[in-house]
Design a protein around this ligand. Sequence first.
Ligand code: BG6
Length: 506
Amino acid sequence: MGKRTNMNQRGRVADSAVVVIFGASGDLTKRKLMPALYNLHGHGLLPREIAVVGQARTAGDDEAFRTRMTEALRERIPGFDPAVWDAMRPHLFYLSGGYDDPAMYDALRATMATAAAAVGAKRNVVFYLATPPEVFATIATHLGRAGLVTAGDDPTAWTRIVIEKPFGRDLESARALNHTLRTVFDEPQIYRIDHYLGKETVQNILMFRFLNGIFEPVWNRRYVDHVQIIAAETLGVEGRGGYYETSGALRDMLQNHLLQLLTLVAMEPPISLEAEDLRNEKVKVLHAIRRFREDEVLQSAIRGQYGPGTVDGRAVAGYREEAHVAADSRTDTFVAMRLFVENWRWADVPFYLRTGKRLARHDTEVVIQFRRAPLTLLPDECGQQPNRLTLHIQPDERITLSFQAKRPGPVLRLAPVQLEFAYRDLDGRAAGTGYETLLYDCLIGDPMPFHRADMVEEAWRVVTPVLDVWQALPPREFPNYAAGTWGPKAAEELLARDGRAWAEPT
Ligand code: BG6
């Protein structure tokens, strides 16, 4: 039976709007936002009446901005088609000025009006904050003061704000930011981005679980031994040492991306794909995660920092040698954690999370490890728990189901084998940045893949005890793993203590 859903909105051309990108001279605009706009335009999902106003401190004008963005696209988009872009290029505008300068917001009003008139855009506005987090609150407050924000309930002239990560650096700062935003915007106008939720393979977790009838019956503590959620990167901090020093792996990846993956894996079936139905279920999972007691933290949350090593056959520097990183930095570039979701479905099933920079392989995956069969008929042959479902998120987008099969031949011997579905075999896959879906959803008013205020705060509540203990007891043994390995030994021991091991990448 069909359920109410906003899914039938999908595929329609997005609403006419003026999109203002704050921080438009930065990396995100070049690497993600413009390519995403180009792709959406190429797919016919943007209306003709759309304008993009780039705003940043760097001096410049419309023409210079258009040229820079065109060059960036040419560099980044394989098969870049100038004919597609030529139609979009005149829809770009630029305004320079300081984020805390009231005069800039007056100028912005004028630029938005010029841009809207030039392309015939309606009074809808997206303010996209692609800036450093320190100015999120400043910009929101100024937008409110300048009267640039219409009330949330005016469907003929909506205003939305998109906030990039990081959303706060702990529970207190996240709450303060939520508070400031809500003095200017209503909650439905606020789109807090988690770019993992724009990934095709991440969105598919929901479809895989809830649009098929065969997986849910075994998706619980009776059949699942444990779950692993892994986001391993081979990259280092790539010139972002300044930011990373204030963040670390726990804040940068686990609090947001990994916990979001966990909610998708652990949530109860929603009653529809409506944003609020889904987000209600997700927040319940975060709420059900058992909070760490102080004395459990060092046992259950393992931190690491890479030293020099070899990645993909290339010698690389240690974290402390990276630009803008302190020579005695205590920042975590690796974290592994054991969590429990305390509800009827998952009681006593450990969720092991692991993420880090400069690890042995680039690999993001979710592993559902099923319990072994209740009776082992071939004790010598049966390996450890052969049944495993792996959702490979990236770079290799696949789903594999592992099980045992009989090897051909007269002697009864088993072999581990796999059933596999690869995304590349599906028709109609559009190459993208992951931001296409997010921008499009914002333009059609579907907050489904964005964080709601309570979700961000719950996620901070999960990690805050860890941050507190880590701060009170600084690491003494950093760096504690060589670049190009799987992280510190303690991360292996975390599972070994439970008689388990991290899944070998397949
Ligand atoms: C970002 C982090 O949110 O996600 C980066 O700030 C990280 O440090 C990146 O490298 C990983 O994203 P992806 O899409 O490459 O897995």
